[in-house]
Design a protein around this ligand. Sequence first.
Ligand SMILES: [Zn+2]
Ligand SMILES: [Zn+2]
Length: 250
Amino acid sequence: MIDSHCHLDHDPLFQNLNDIILRSKDMGIEKILTICTTIESFKNILNIVKTDRIIYGTFGIHPHETNKNIVTKKNIVKEISFNKKIIGVGETGLDFYYNNSDKDSQLKSFKKHIEAAIELDMPIIVHSRGAENETFELLKNNNNLKILMHCFTGSSSFADQLMPLGAYFSASGIITFKNSSDLQDTFKEIPLDKLLIETDSPFLAPVPMRGKKNEPSYIKYTLRKLAEIKKIDESELDKITTNNFNNLFF
Ligand SMILES: [Zn+2]
Ligand SMILES: [Zn+2]
């Protein structure tokens, strides 16, 4: 299994990094991608990717943080080119549900990340909440942009728009929640070769761990649920999602 999206620089994961990595390996996790959200946190990401061979990282500014973290395409390209274990651009995107940063700064930042991802020829990790039209408008018309929709919770019509762009869709613990039947239906429609799995830990612990702090080893519950939704064998879906990650990032 591969956890395609988590935040190991957040506590309690960061405080317990060695145990978290050991438990992940015991669970059969072969790679973990820890996602950057601010300029400042990138220093921690660089330290964390050094601690173990299974850990990779990204550089990017979360849409919640774009008021305080202004980046240019050049900044992004430079930070990422420095280190071989930094393999993606993000997380970026648009969050008009919380609007923790103003819309204009989110839009500007997202555009810079898109330009950088194209120049680097690396996947862009997209967070989208309450902003389906705006997200699609910015993602379309970019040839050669490798799109990963992280923690996908969008509508089925949004998924339909994104599929022709070659987007990958990552399922989080949200698919295990009781009230997620619409989302489960959307995942039924997404082709197997475009699916990834993630924990988004320490947030969004899946059932039956809901209420606890999430960690990468809980990825198995999301894999199990997605296998049930796709009506295929869990070990088969493990192989498929692992291959998908490796095809997208390597
Ligand atoms: Zn996110
Ligand atoms: Zn995230």
